[in-house]
Design a binder for this molecule. Structure first.
Ligand SMILES: C[S@@+](CC[C@H](N)C(=O)[O-])C[C@H]1O[C@@H](n2cnc3c(N)ncnc32)[C@H](O)[C@@H]1O
Length: 254
């Protein structure tokens, strides 16, 4: 198993990889939502909603402590909030890019008074400012792949989950077969070109396909989760396996 973590161009160790990722997201934050919806033809919205629905039972509990880590501009958080009951405990929405998080914070603040809400938190996924065994649910969308150390990320999430707590990691993968081949052309050639055009920045959208190629395939990722102490580990492919949701739980006796 070779998986370690994200390796943006020029990064020589975990600290420089994390700094490069944060700077990249800070720089693309103003165009991030627009590009996301254009490049995915709005399928991203379906993926966030589907992920939220998978955790409907936990989200329906008013006292459930929920974290959306690597929340970026907050769209998964917004999908989670739709499934929270009136008066529910607020969701924590954390990211280490201030520029991304501040866009999410504006969306949370624009919610109707009295509606379930989210608290933005500037934090690093590998060093969460949260107590051991304090959360019922951690979800993350398209952020985990960017962590400088995947095993450390899984261990940190395990630390803060309560026994029986749930983990959901939504991220891209590389589908096989003819669909996979066609998608690879889009993902490796067309998408970076559009990203460059709209954002005026080459780095981030060249990095995207490279980071997906570097991310462990489902079998390996599930093995990493089991090694980190998760039970009931599974991967549910979304849209021909272009993306997929990893799920697991901290064992109830751990
Ligand atoms: C591709 S964006 C995804 C944002 C959002 N979850 C979504 O689905 O649109 C990845 C996010 O992960 C954040 N991120 C990457 N590594 C992180 C880390 N170590 N700690 C906190 N946030 C991190 C980035 O700042 C960025 O906002």
């Amino acid at each position: 198993m070779t998986a370690t973590g994200a390796k943006p161009a020029g990064a020589v160790d975990e600290a420089s990889a994390a700094a490069a990722v944060r700077e990249m997201f800070d720089s693309i934050a103003p165009r991030y939502d627009l590009l996301n919806h254009v490049l995915s033809a709005n399928v991203d919205r379906l993926w966030w909603r589907r992920t939220a629905r998978r955790f409907r039972a936990v989200l329906a509990q008013p006292d459930a402590a929920v974290l959306d880590i690597c929340c970026g501009t907050g769209d998964l958080t917004m999908a989670l909030l739709k499934l929270r009951p009136q008066g529910a405990r607020p969701i924590l929405a954390a990211d280490f890019s201030r520029a991304m998080l501040s866009r999410g914070a504006k969306k949370f603040a624009a919610r109707k008074p009295g509606a379930p809400y989210a608290i933005p938190l500037e934090a690093d996924a590998l060093h969460l400012p949260l107590r051991d065994r304090s959360l019922d649910l951690i979800v993350t969308a398209f952020g985990f792949r960017n962590l400088a150390n995947y095993e450390a990320g899984l261990r940190e999430f395990h630390r803060v989950l309560k026994p029986g707590g749930q983990l959901g990691i939504l991220d891209f993968s590389e589908p096989g077969g003819p669909i996979g081949k066609a998608y690879a052309v889009y993902f490796r050639r067309v998408l970076p070109a559009i990203g460059r055009l709209v954002c005026g920045k080459a780095g981030a959208y060249n990095y995207l396909p490279v980071s997906v190629g570097n991310f462990p395939p489902p079998g390996e990722m599930l093995e990493l989760m089991r090694k980190a102490g998760y039970a009931e580990c599974a991967w549910q492919p979304y849209t021909f396996g272009i993306a997929g949701l990893y799920t697991g739980e901290r064992s109830a006796v751990a």
